[in-house]
Design a protein around this ligand. Structure first.
Ligand SMILES: Cc1cc2nc3c(=O)[nH]c(=O)nc-3n(C[C@H](O)[C@H](O)[C@H](O)COP(=O)(O)OP(=O)(O)OC[C@H]3O[C@@H](n4cnc5c(N)ncnc54)[C@H](O)[C@@H]3O)c2cc1C
Length: 324
């Protein structure tokens, strides 16, 4: 049995692993079978992660985080968690391969997924003009013409933010009115750089090496036309990856895992959560890394309290955890 199992190999999971490993907890990290490294594997240049003044490619940053976690003794398993048993002092983790692992604490850091349009060109041009994060990528579009897809608050916020860099920002929306709150709408309507493209759906993202535009379909008459662009920001929502813990952990109204204040403590003792899966607002690599730090320290304190017998578990289980 392990002292700590970390689920997820994004900035939150690897940072939790660095801290847990350096605290001599010999963590086991379940990295997933195909998405090792998390969301940053889908991007090119990361210019806002502290410590890299020249910027760093997303996959390179994740490889460095992994090396740092392994250097201190993190064991990594390239598999998916398919089931979790979280009640009781011994947590059980079942993997796709059929293997099972047990631990006294779990750090759950499965991230969240930006909703995709599901159109041709989207995957291919991701990181080459197609983005889901204005904070991350807005800087690359100085004096360019770009578009935001969506009609909610986050689409309005992204569009307004992007006018700091771009000369022109289209907002493409499939209806003729917005879902966004009145104040966000008014702010966007008042911005001279923003132009609304109503009743329009993106049918295809155009470009070979880089995004050159979109093919739009009119949702009223079905006609199509091309709009030339240097970049496209997709702001149609985000889904925290919580399917394994529905009805096991409390969730918030936004669908993220509920944690106690600024800690990573979930509604179940011994289970901690970190990164985008608890974060409806910031969703950045640096905030996820900070959150992973919090989770590892919380798990460490929880285990230390077990040692002090201040957390109630059967004596035999506590002994097993402490000798793990
Ligand atoms: C295209 C793109 C570009 C971005 N650019 C930037 C940027 O420039 N700067 C910045 O700060 N942020 C950027 N972000 C945001 C940043 O990537 C996220 O905020 C950050 O990765 C969140 O870290 P995380 O560890 O919480 O989750 P993730 O990075 O999403 O990692 C979650 C991990 O959990 C794993 N996982 C999920 N389910 C399971 C399971 N059942 N079993 C095992 N493993 C599982 C996943 O495979 C993944 O490895 C970008 C995001 C995208 C999509």
């Amino acid at each position: 049995m392990r002292q700590v199992i970390i689920i997820g190999s994004g900035p939150a999971g690897f940072t939790a692993a660095i801290y847990a490993a350096r605290a001599n907890l010999q963590p086991l990290l379940i990295a997933s079978s195909v998405e090792v490294g998390g969301e940053l594997m889908n991007t090119t240049e990361v210019e806002n992660f502290p410590g890299f003044p020249e910027g760093i490619q997303g996959p390179e940053l994740m490889a460095k985080l992994q090396q740092q976690a392994e250097r201190f003794g993190t064991e990594i398993v390239y598999d998916d968690v398919v089931e979790l048993e979280l009640n009781g002092p011994v947590k059980k983790v079942a993997l796709g391969s059929g293997a099972t692992h047990e631990a006294a604490t779990i750090i759950y850091a499965t991230g969240s997924a930006y909703r995709k349009l599901g159109v041709a060109g989207e995957e291919r041009l991701s990181g080459h003009g197609v983005s889901w994060c204005a904070t991350c990528d807005g800087f690359f579009f100085r004096e360019r013409t770009i578009a935001v897809v969506g009609g909610g608050d986050s689409a309005m916020e992204e569009a307004t933010f992007l006018t700091r860099f771009a000369d022109k920002v289209y907002v493409i929306h499939r209806k003729d009115s917005l879902r966004a709150s009145k104040i966000m709408q008014e702010r966007a309507f008042a911005n001279e750089k923003i132009e609304f493209v109503w009743n329009s759906e993106v049918e295809e993202i155009l470009g070979e090496e880089a995004t050159s535009g979109v093919r739009l379909r009119d949702t009223v008459d079905g006609s199509t036309r091309d709009l030339a662009l240097d970049g496209l920001f997709i702001a149609i929502g985000n889904d925290p990856r919580t399917h394994l813990v529905h009805e096991k952990l409390d969730l918030t109204a936004e669908g993220t895992i509920w944690v106690d204040g600024r800690s990573s403590r979930t509604s179940v003792p011994g289970v901690f959560a970190a990164g985008d899966v608890i974060d409806p607002t910031y969703r950045q690599a640096a905030t996820a890394a900070g959150s992973g730090t919090v989770a590892a320290l919380d798990a460490e304190h929880f285990l230390a309290d077990l040692e002090d017998a201040s957390v109630e578990v059967p004596a035999a289980v506590a002994a097993e955890i402490l000798t793990a």
